[in-house]
Structure formats: C-alpha cells, structure tokens
Design a protein around this ligand. Structure first.
Ligand SMILES: [Zn+2]
Length: 69
C-alpha cells in the first residue's frame, strides 16, 4: 500500500507554512510533517508530531475542524 506521505509534495525550503499550532514558520527540512486525510500538516516540534500520532484530539490540532471531517 502506498503511503499518503509520498502523494502530497513538500513545499520549497523557506516557504511560509502554518503549523498545527497555528504558528507561521518557514519550512525547512527538519520541520516535522505528516499527511493526514490528504492534507500535509506541519508541527513546531517533534513532540507535537508525536502527540498528534498518539491522539490527534489532545494534540496541537485539538479543536481543528479537520479532525471531525
Ligand atoms: Zn505544537
């Protein structure tokens, strides 16, 4: 099975992105990212990504309409 991860392209380095915590940062190779429901998400910290993988509803993305769609 092909992972969604490879189907959503990464932005160019230096591109402005919005993190799951609603911060705006510039994308770099070390920014934690994953694809969820066809959308690429970015995390400010690796711990944010881990908490999302563990339980999205208690992560930085808690309350985001994406979780309920
Ligand atoms: Zn975060």
């Amino acid at each position: 099975m092909k992972s969604e991860e490879t189907q959503v392209p990464l932005p160019a380095e230096g591109a402005l992105i919005t993190t799951a915590c609603k911060g705006t940062i510039r994308y770099e190779k070390n920014v934690p990212t994953l694809v969820y429901k066809g959308r690429r998400l970015y995390f400010c910290l690796p711990t944010c990504k881990r908490s999302f993988e563990y339980d999205p509803k208690t992560s930085c993305l808690a309350g985001d309409p994406l979780l309920d769609s």
